[in-house]
Design a protein around this ligand. Sequence first.
Ligand code: 1CP
Length: 354
Amino acid sequence: MSKNDEVVNRMAFNDTFLRACRRQPVDYTPVWYMRQAGRYQPEYRKIREKYSLMEICEIPEVCAEVTLLPIQQLNVDAAILFSDIMIPVKAMGVDVDIKGGYGPVIANPIQHTSDVEKLRDIDPEGDLPKTLETIRILRRELNVPLIGFAGAPFTLASYMIEGGPSKNYHKTKQMMYAAPDVWNALMDKLGRMIVTYMKGQVAAGAQAIQVFDSWIGSLSPIDYRQYVWPTMRRIFEELRGIGAPVIYFGINTGELLSVWKELPIDVIGVDWRVPLDAARNRVGFDFALQGNLDPAVLMAPQQVVEQKAKEVLDLGMQQAGYIFNLGHGVFPEVKVETLQRLTEFVHSYSSSVR
Ligand code: 1CP
């Protein structure tokens, strides 16, 4: 390749990730990492000395800079907007703070119908202008697709009801079982917010959407269908045709996959507990899959990382429509170099066996 070709190549838009979301043929398996911008990066830690997480999200230039860090360092095939699932919840009028290394903290947790009624419907342009401005900056800078995202109603509700991170979601489930009117009103309101917010992000330039339902695996499939499914179906039906593939991700969702397969989504994100061939058997061939290396593997020696990545790839690559990722986010102890080498390995191994 001549120097000139190299420059042109670097400038060309890399749509491998979007092609994989749509189950179209690709030259290699695309890869990105959940929480690919974060505390494992010295540059991120430096920025966090100056700004809180909320402040980063309020300053588009800094937020774009943080979003771009993993693109520059890791050679991943997609960027994910740097934000947090609680940012639009704050815009609904909830007093949320995000404590570094801990998670969201809510001053007045939701308990009654009146608390739900107080939640405002958001207008992304008016209420979250900094997020949309960050997306516009990123689209000018990026030559890989930009993923926008939102938290799903159950996962958002769990923080809003518990007041912070939880182990067993007892208060959340108590509302679900004992006060279904309050619960349904909350699901409804969050569902509307998510649809509006996702449409706003796509209009501003997001090219794919991931809905994070991290804690949904705490429900049985029967309860999922009864208490959450109607809202999820409405959200995804309304997002159909917005021109951006939709990814739905959760942890511990093995038993929920047989319900998820009825949702109008493009990509299903799975954690490391369900082998990708088993996930395929449960959801069929109408979805792309994303995942699912155990993030803990990133602490192992490089040859183990590559062996485990190969095991994941060998299952994932059996069908069209596969995106390599972790089964959950990168954690702070991981070395940047480990992810650099892993990306290189996924790219080279997947292009060699195609
Ligand atoms: O790079 C990226 O992936 C984008 C940034 C991003 C995303 C997608 C952040 C920044 N947060 C999120 C989503 C998010 N936030 C989820 C869904 C994904 C997941 O399961 O990880 C959840 C559950 C949260 C809530 C949250 N925010 C937690 C988890 C708490 C718990 O209940 O265990 C935490 C620790 C945060 C803070 C946070 N958000 C983002 C970062 C980088 C951090 C770490 C802290 C920091 O820098 O201070």
